[in-house]
Design a binder for this molecule. Sequence first.
Ligand code: SAM
Length: 155
Amino acid sequence: MFTGYSTLTVALALPADGKVIACDIDEEYTAIARSFWQQAGVADKIELHLAPALETLDKLINQGQANTFDFAFIDADKSNYNNYYERALELVRPGGLIAIDNVLWGGKVADRNIQDNRTKNIREFNQKLHQDTRVTISLVPIGDGLTLALKTGIA
Ligand SMILES: C[S@@+](CC[C@H](N)C(=O)[O-])C[C@H]1O[C@@H](n2cnc3c(N)ncnc32)[C@H](O)[C@@H]1O
């Protein structure tokens, strides 16, 4: 969530009884986020979890919240993208949407000469999603590349 911009955007779009679970590990950034959520009048829609996101996502799954979320947005540490994606796929309902940011990684994913770990992670992740029959995807070439993955399985 960093300073809370995307969380704020989602919270503003939600109805009064909508709820956002926001994950980060950095107390300083999240304090900035909280103050803007207050100013925008949406703080009561946002539940902040200050912990490694994998712990939070696993907790939600263990609490029985699989298949209950409409939307997930992944934009944290790139080395965990696959782990976040697998958890998000469990948590969103069939027909729910997962958005994943930075999938073009400044264009580096398309340059085979670039083989650093972060670029390789995102490249492999993109390839995996392309073949993943659990979702229907669209890689939208805006900003740094945003993949939209719709969880299939609506009856
Ligand atoms: C690119 S920023 C997110 C920007 C955010 N989407 C926004 O709208 O401003 C990435 C954030 O991931 C957080 N982060 C890094 N590793 C994390 C982890 N293991 N668990 C949760 N958050 C993490 C960082 O502290 C940072 O605030």
